[in-house]
Design a protein around this ligand. Structure first.
Ligand code: NAD
Ligand code: ZN
Length: 249
């Protein structure tokens, strides 16, 4: 075990209440590309802002075209060693909460129960009405869109239906943010895994934990915005690092 992984294992071993905070980087080992790595999604297509989605039918078509293209690979992806190690920490009662920026549902599929998970940016495995919030399943939406580019409307109120994710320019989910802040202030160890820490307000959380005297760990391939304030920084692949620290294959 390398010195850094030993140190991570020790920090986890002495934590009473840890939070794992994950970004797109935890899912790249499952084959889902992140946004900001070289070759990441945004080097190929810029994100669609919420206002543009609302105001333009063509943008909504583009959003659903992208969803159609990414839905099958996302569903085919399986949780990896990093997800499994986090789920094990939750099972052991060490990790009180997983706060994720991801929308892929892989933490749930690795066994993290809903009451231990906060999804800050929503979930792309289903859709919801922007007006009344009614949940809509993707299967029929994608089939209709694929057949003749039909844009989904809410069966309850006729409102615009969008994947249940938070786009740039869209209001953050109030209850999820509140819960994330509460968990952040209640932890004594905050572990960042696979986030460049440039998307706000999510990226406020590590700083908030540190200012509240929790230990802060960053595990990320590339340097992040908050390496300078962290107690331990490991620039390496997540799965092998956290997997070894926790003792999960
Ligand atoms: P990001 O793309 O900005 O940063 C990901 C970071 O992870 C990068 O710094 C990269 O160096 C690192 N990384 C990638 N693979 C790694 C690995 N195997 N081991 C260690 N480090 C690795 O992602 P972000 O900070 O999450 O912010 C972007 C936004 O993108 C988030 O809001 C998220 O909702 C969304 N997103 C989600 C998914 C998903 O659900 N899987 C995928 C792409 C983007
Ligand atoms: Zn509705």
């Amino acid at each position: 075990m390398s010195a850094a992984i030993t140190q991570l294992a020790e920090l986890i071993g002495s934590a009473r209440r840890a939070v794992c905070f994950t970004g797109a980087g935890i899912s790249t080992e499952s084959g889902i590309p992140d946004f900001r790595s070289p070759g990441g999604i945004w080097s190929r297509m810029p994100p669609i802002e919420f206002q543009d989605f609302l105001s333009s039918e063509e943008m909504r078509r583009e959003a659903w075209r992208r969803k159609l293209a990414t839905d099958v690979p996302m569903r085919a992806a399986l949780p990896n060693r990093g997800h499994r190690a986090i789920a094990e920490l939750v099972r052991r009662g060490v990790c009180a909460c997983v706060i994720t920026q991801n929308i892929d549902g892989l933490h749930q599929r690795s066994g993290v129960p809903d009451d231990k998970l906060v999804e800050l940016h929503g979930n792309s495995t289903y859709a919801a009405c922007l007006d009344c919030g009614l949940r809509h399943e993707l299967g029929p939406i994608l089939a209709a869109f694929e057949a003749d580019q039909t844009l989904p409307l809410c069966t309850g109120c006729g409102g615009i239906v969008k994947t249940a994710t938070i786009s740039f320019g869209q209001r953050m989910p109030v209850r999820a943010v509140e819960r994330a802040e509460r968990e952040t202030l209640g932890c004594d160890l905050f572990v960042v895994l696979g986030s460049s820490l440039v998307v706000y307000p999510a990226a406020n959380l590590p700083r908030m934990a540190k200012m509240n005297s929790a230990k802060l760990v960053v595990v990320n391939r590339e340097p992040t915005e908050q390496d300078a304030i962290a107690d331990l920084v490991i620039h390496a692949d997540i799965g092998p690092t956290i997997g070894e620290a926790v003792g999960v294959r």
